[in-house]
Ligand binder design. Structure first.
Ligand code: SAM
Length: 173
């Protein structure tokens, strides 16, 4: 199980970026996202994507971050520009254990750095939680996220010239 804990979500300012964090998590192989701020609209948006495009991805908002961290039975990894280089730690992380990946928005509280078993950087320049999460998941899954089957009601057929989307209903007709 791979879960993401997205900290610092402000409903008005971070709507789009938190949606992208959740969509990247789902698409790149995570099973769930936890968000401390209660945001029903965000839950609806992500659940609607899951209904149309498939998969068993879960979104839970309004959680207690400290409680999740304390109860997590697996590895806790915090993505931060201040951490150790991903290429140095990726092979020593136990991939048989459940993983909780933490990404922030603005300043992340000190206790996160202390509770994380690994503080991991994707390069040491400031960039984005979306980019950091995507690159970490790609490395962690060794690219296997690309082969994941979502079995959704909508399926995209890769096409060089335009959109080709197959829907369950059309296939049945
Ligand atoms: N000062 C922050 C930090 O600790 O990385 C940068 C803030 S950035 C706007 C928001 C989030 O993006 C961070 O909390 C972190 O999870 C992620 N992030 C940004 N740059 C990163 C990097 N180079 N490596 C890993 N994560 C990064």
């Amino acid at each position: 199980m791979i879960a993401v804990l997205r900290l610092g979500h402000r409903i008005s300012r971070d709507k789009r970026i938190t949606t992208h964090v959740a969509l990247v998590a789902r698409s790149f192989g995570a099973d769930a996202i936890f968000i401390p701020t209660k945001d029903v609209k965000l839950e609806q948006t992500i659940r609607s994507t899951c209904q149309r495009f498939g998969g068993n991805f879960d979104i839970i908002t309004g959680v207690n971050a400290k409680k999740i961290l304390k109860q997590w039975n697996g590895t806790i990894i915090h993505l931060t520009m201040y951490g150790e280089a991903v290429e140095k730690v990726i092979d020593i992380i136990d991939k048989t254990k459940d993983v909780l990946l933490i990404v922030g928005a603005e300043k992340v509280p000190r206790y996160i750095y202390e509770m994380a078993e690994y503080n991991v950087s994707i390069g040491n320049q400031p960039h984005s939680e979306v980019a950091a999460l995507a690159i970490f998941l790609d490395r962690f899954t060794e690219g296997s996220w690309q082969k994941k089957q979502f079995n959704g009601a909508l399926r995209i057929i890769p096409n060089n010239q335009g959109k080709h989307v197959v829907s369950e209903e059309n296939e049945r007709a």
